[in-house]
Design a protein. Structure first.
Length: 306
């Protein structure tokens, strides 16, 4: 079977033995402008909250921003930890500690986590000012923060939780925010919201599949077929019990095509004459995964060369 991605000129052969061999990337023009504007506004804020997805702690960062961010106080917030593999998250926590990067794994709907965000951000800013001017240090009352991150990592939800109101729109679609806007959180805190931006190029081909599965890249860019098939192969390899139970599969030894066909029958994704409707199957696999119905996962493990 041949399939074609919108970012690829030529169709490629896709077989159960070689299901995923295609690069996916998404970098529309407004993102290049957004990155320039973010870099310009960094001087206006005390600290940057960088939102990532806890299921892909490095791949959901933005290399294009790294050099600029290292010049600024930064707190990395790894959201959606409730959907991530806790054993792998423990490895990532150790890695971030060794890297010396302030970080917090959180579930953006957990009020306790949100309180930690503010406390950590203020502590980081105060400590930097104290280190810079130990003799004249005075705690700063007004705090200005910037929030950045890839699309659909939960920036808007975190802002609304910080503000304790619907301060910005949320949507289950990447790229909702396309302009910068200042949001008053309270009398002592202003926050600059920025558009979700992807890096111009992904470090590895597989990262495009990870970010498509996580919905940082829109389905109409990547399509549903490649990410769904990738997830099946990934969950088979990880021997996810939740995946097996969810779709009533008797074994991990089934082929990709057999699994798709069984899911189609189980979930009523059939066309006329009983033929499987694979397009619907791809959609529901992605939906189930994004809701956490297929188990807790992490894409990638910490680099060994600290």
């Amino acid at each position: 079977m041949k399939i074609k991605n919108k970012n690829q000129a030529d169709a490629i052969e896709l077989t159960p033995d070689n299901p995923i061999k295609m690069g996916i990337n998404w970098y529309p023009g407004h993102m290049a402008r957004a990155i320039r504007e973010i870099k310009e506004k960094l001087k206006l804020v005390d600290i940057v909250l960088e939102i990532r997805d806890a299921r892909a702690p490095l791949a959901s960062g933005n290399r294009a921003m790294e050099e600029s961010l290292r010049q600024k106080s930064r707190l990395i917030l790894l959201n959606k930890v409730n959907l991530a593999d806790p054993q792998i998250i423990h490895q990532w926590e150790e890695w971030f500690k060794k890297e010396g990067e302030p970080y917090l794994f959180l579930d953006c709907f957990d009020k306790g986590s949100i309180k930690k965000v503010l406390a950590m951000a203020r502590a980081i800013v105060d400590q930097k000012r104290k280190d810079s001017n130990p003799d004249t240090y005075v705690q700063k009352e007004k705090l200005k923060m910037m929030i950045i991150g890839l699309p659909n990592t939960g920036k808007s939800t975190i802002i609304n939780q910080l503000a304790n109101r619907a301060a910005t729109k949320t949507a289950d679609r990447p790229g909702q925010t396309q302009v910068q806007q200042w949001i008053v959180i309270d009398k002592d805190l202003d926050l600059l919201d920025t558009p979700g931006v992807m890096p111009p190029l992904l470090a590895k081909e597989e990262h495009g599949l990870w970010l498509s599965a996580l919905h940082a890249i829109p389905d109409d860019i990547a399509g549903e077929e490649l990410p769904a098939k990738f997830l099946i192969e990934y969950l088979k390899e990880k021997k996810s019990k939740e995946f097996l139970i969810r779709y009533k599969l008797e074994s991990f030894d089934l082929s990709l095509e057999d699994i798709l066909s069984k899911i189609a029958v189980l979930r009523g994704c059939v066309r006329q004459k009983g033929l499987p409707d694979f397009e619907r199957v791809y959609k529901l696999i992605l939906l189930d995964f994004r809701k956490g119905e297929l188990g807790k996962v992490c894409f990638g493990i910490p680099p060994k060369d600290i």
